[in-house]
Write a protein that binds this ligand. Structure first.
Ligand code: ADP
Ligand code: MG
Length: 626
């Protein structure tokens, strides 16, 4: 058995305290539904009220039919005597028909409501997801939280609404049924309530257990999704086949699923047994009450119609009570899950606008300066940058070279304020980045990221995404593509710039290098005063790199540029070259002065230049070279 320890040792007061903390999520969820689908919700509420009262009408009509039938038959078959009975039967038919109509109507209304609410919540989650710091992606807890919000909590507000609806509707019916029973004895409604208490206990207890289990297993569930993803998605398809990893991941998936499954089944089995016991008690109460009523009838204290009414009212009452309880259980469970959703929505980014942003007098080109910057990635021991100093003068081209993992891309992330440094400052024209408006700051920079996104849309749009704010014309797109060397490969596509890229929506696939050029075009499209290129030529072996580099100086004239690269020939275009090693700068200077210094840079240069015909393809600071 896999019952969590803490679930057993928790007292009722603990649970009650939790409940008090969780209950506010109910109005919060209902407000959310109200905001998403106001009109539908009103219609839905009216439907519920009517549907709540209808069963009582049925019960009363049953009694009337039986009594009037007994009366009519007492005097032998007589058309005139039977007529009122027929009228009642007709009325009954109308009521039944009405309930059917209302039921169908409710289904329709609920679907509309649920669609609206889901999209609304999706909107909230997406809004939150894009506003959070990159640091959130560093911890598995974030993925757990995101998973719970997206997958587990998504449908909850609607479910909660349904529970509430069912609660209200059944509550109305129940109260009415109890009222029907009162004339036969006050203790009958009381018995009705008491006989369902064991079921209430079972419901609450297993709801809590189930929820705790889900929380504990979020990571495991996400892992099954990860295996599922590896096994089915294209990104992994080639390696999966070549290294024959299918069986490996399949069995990993199966093993994990088997564990989760058996835990889940054990939980369900225990719950079923407990429910059975609770149901037995309910039946016992029902039997007792019926026996008593039959005894009354035998004594002539009540009519046959009364017995029929009593049976219906009591058994329906019990059923209502049960439904009510399961609504409460469901409701509770949904509230527990909503906690996850609201927790996620309550996350706040740390990297935000300063309370009083300093206005910026400076005109571009901007100067950048990193001053004694130390930075560790969240959850990481080793600093990615340690007492790091770098000056990028306004309007100049600076190159940063160094081995993999030296910290080059980290510099880029700090300059855009994806993260803030642990110590030290980053200054733009002498003002700390943290004192400047965030959106303004990010608009000052355009970047070719080391691993750019492949957008599955047309080639033109792939480039246009670099600056949607200016709604770029095709001319501007083509100019950016030419500057990036992306024009030729795009022209070769079946529909040129209108070709959809990527396979998701039936487009053309590009090579890694071609994708890179498209991304470079996207970066160029944005006319930002600071240009940062992270390994721009890494995937461009066959391309006339030298040609492109010759134009690069012209391309960024009047702007501040930072190039991160492995290659000599790329670095050579820079005004100043900085050599990075383990989060620090170890050498700086122009290409010529660095060669004269005869340090790290010069050594690699000489090593690599020996016997090389095409320096354009030479890579500096490969692991092999160091
Ligand atoms: P590169 O010079 O190759 O661009 P990076 O700046 O990407 O190097 O990485 C510098 C160091 O920081 C590396 O040791 C890398 O392992 C580590 N690192 C990079 N990204 C993360 C991250 N998101 N979380 C933790 N460590 C990271
Ligand atoms: Mg990098």
């Amino acid at each position: 058995m896999t019952v969590p320890k803490q679930a057993q040792s928790r007292s009722w007061t603990d649970n009650l305290r939790d409940l008090r903390a969780q209950l506010p999520y109910l109005p919060q969820a209902l407000r959310l539904v109200w905001a998403a689908a106001r009109h539908w919700t009103i219609v839905w509420a009216v439907l519920l009220l009517v549907q709540g009262v209808l069963p009582v009408a049925t019960v009363y009509l049953t009694k009337a039919v039986v009594d009037s039938l007994v009366g009519a038959l007492g005097g032998g078959p007589d058309w005139a005597a039977i007529q009122p009975t027929l009228l009642l039967v007709g009325l009954m038919a109308v009521v039944l028909l009405l309930s059917e109509i209302l039921r169908s109507l409710t289904t329709w209304v609920r679907t509309a409501q649920s669609e609206l609410v889901q999209d609304y919540i999706n909107g909230l989650i997406h809004e939150k997801a894009v506003s959070l710091d990159l640091a959130f992606y560093e911890t598995p807890e974030y993925y757990d939280q995101m998973h719970r919000a997206r997958v587990d909590a998504m449908g909850r507000p609607v479910a909660l609404l349904e529970n509430t609806g069912s609660l209200v509707q059944n509550g109305i019916t129940l109260v009415a049924m109890a009222a029907v029973l009162i004339p036969y004895g006050l203790w009958l409604p009381a018995l009705l309530v008491v006989s369902t208490l064991p079921a209430l206990y079972v419901v609450v207890r297993y709801t809590v257990r189930f929820h705790r289990w889900r929380l504990r297993r979020t990571m495991a569930v996400r892992r099954t999704r990860y295996y599922d993803w590896i096994l089915t998605l294209r990104a992994a398809a080639a390696e999966l086949r070549l290294f024959a990893l299918g069986d490996h991941f399949r069995s990993a998936f199966q093993q994990l699923r088997q564990r989760l499954r058996s835990e889940r089944i054990a939980l369900a089995r225990d719950q079923a047994l407990a429910e059975l016991a609770a149901g037995g008690l309910g039946l016992l109460a029902m039997g007792g009450a019926m026996g008593w009523m039959a005894w009354q009838a035998v004594q002539g204290l009540v009519t046959l119609g009364d017995v029929a009414l009593f049976y219906q009212a009591f058994s329906q009452g019990q059923r209502m009570m049960r439904t009510l309880l399961s609504s409460i259980g469901e409701m509770y469970r949904n509230i527990l899950f909503l906690e996850n959703l609201f927790e996620f929505l309550a996350l706040e980014p740390q990297i935000v606008d300063p309370p009083q942003p300093l206005s910026h007098g400076h005109q571009p080109p901007h100067a950048l300066r990193l001053q004694d910057v130390t930075f560790r990635y969240p959850g990481s021991e080793r600093p990615a940058l340690a007492d790091f100093n770098l000056v990028i003068p306004a309007g100049q081209i600076v190159a940063l070279v160094g081995a993999n993992g030296a910290g080059k891309s980290t510099v880029v992330k700090l300059v855009c304020r994806f993260y803030d440094p642990d110590a030290g400052r980053i200054l733009l024209d002498g003002i700390d980045l943290r004192d400047q408006p965030l959106t303004w700051l990010r608009r000052q920079v355009t970047i070719l990221f080391q691993e750019p996104v492949h957008y599955h849309t047309t080639a033109a749009r792939n480039i246009a995404l670099g600056d949607l704010a200016v709604a770029p014309e095709l001319d501007a797109i083509v100019i950016a593509a030419r500057a990036a060397g992306a024009d030729a490969p795009i022209q070769r596509l079946p529909q040129g710039y209108e070709t959809v890229l990527g396979k998701w929506f039936g487009g053309a696939e590009l090579s890694g290098g071609e994708w890179q050029r498209v991304a470079l075009a996207r970066a160029f499209l944005r006319q930002a005063p600071i240009v940062i290129l992270d390994e721009p030529t890494s995937a461009m072996d066959s391309w006339a790199e030298a040609d492109w580099l010759a134009r690069f100086r012209q391309l960024v004239a009047g702007r501040t540029a930072l190039i991160i690269t492995h290659r000599f020939t790329t670095a050579m275009v820079a005004d100043i070259i900085h050599v990075m090693e383990e989060g620090r700068i170890v050498e700086s200077g122009s290409h010529e002065s660095l060669l004269k210094t005869d340090g790290r840079y010069a050594q690699s240069w000489h090593q690599q230049m020996q016997g090389v015909d095409h320096p354009a393809g030479v890579s500096l600071f490969d692991e092999a070279a160091l």
